[in-house]
Write a protein that binds this ligand. Structure first.
Ligand SMILES: [Ca+2]
Ligand SMILES: [Ca+2]
Ligand SMILES: [Ca+2]
Ligand SMILES: [Zn+2]
Length: 244
């Protein structure tokens, strides 16, 4: 089973030809590797995320995706902030989709992700906001398996394991052959990315080559908090309007 995007697959071929000494590969566009959402060097980043299109297969897809985001945030200083607004800059919009031409029915390709905004310029649909976005093939059936190896066959596919892999692309990592969350394929169990519920040493080395090491966080504001923040902004705006 594959869970990959065409951009990532192209970069994988280039990366292997260059014979990297490390056990990770950085996504690139036209030979220029991404610097990550933080730009050059090892900085922190804040990214929004939304569930732009849900799946009928699950009721807790957001919680599963948040668990996968939290795993990445446990190794680098990236703050993920939930939003219901789709298409913001600096955002990962997750979509369960049946419209992309690369989808192939049950099995086969199950996911696709676009890299950070410095290498995804005028991407799919000509929208810069596509940078970082993650698509899941909703012709596949998704399950909520989170512990131990996942499964991915024409009957059902583990969202957590695929999300963990695709988020790695969204943050700037490309494929490796095996032994990591960024392995090329879901199977076989034992070396494909479906084996792992947590980042492996090559994944951690890769993400810490793009961003500051440490811990980030997944911020999921309660509806009440969001309403108060909105009210505060409204009051501020009203006061400003009232001033000469
Ligand atoms: Ca498929
Ligand atoms: Ca985006
Ligand atoms: Ca960076
Ligand atoms: Zn992939």
């Amino acid at each position: 089973m594959r869970g990959r995007g065409f951009r990532a697959a192209l970069a994988l071929v280039l990366g292997l030809a260059a014979g990297p000494a490390h056990g990770y590969n950085i996504m690139e566009n036209g030979g220029t590797p991404t610097e990550g959402w933080d730009g050059p060097g090892l900085g922190s980043a804040t990214l929004f995320y939304s569930i732009a299109q849900e799946t009928a297969d699950l009721s807790n897809e957001r919680a599963i995706i948040e668990a996968a985001l939290a795993e990445w945030a446990s190794h680098v200083q990236i703050t993920f902030v939930y939003t219901t607004t789709v298409g913001l800059p600096n955002a990962i919009d997750f979509r369960f989709d049946t419209s992309l031409p690369i989808w192939d029915g049950p099995g086969g390709v199950v996911g696709l992700a676009f890299g950070p905004d410095d290498i995804t310029v005028g991407g799919l649909f000509g929208l810069q906001e596509i940078a970082g976005d993650v698509f899941f093939d909703d012709d596949d059936t998704w399950n909520a398996i989170m512990g131990g190896p996942g499964v991915c066959n024409p009957g059902t596919c583990s969202l957590y394991h695929v999300a963990l892999h695709e988020i790695g692309h969204a943050l700037g990592l490309d494929h490796v052959t095996s032994g990591a969350v960024m392995a090329t394929t879901f199977n076989p169990i034992g070396s494909g990315f479906g084996t792992y519920t947590a980042l492996q040493p090559d994944d951690i080395a890769g993400i810490q080559s793009l961003y500051a090491s440490g811990s980030g966080v997944v911020v999921t504001p309660e509806p009440g908090t969001a309403a108060l923040v909105g009210l505060g902004l409204f009051c501020l705006a009203a006061r400003r309007r009232g001033r000469p």
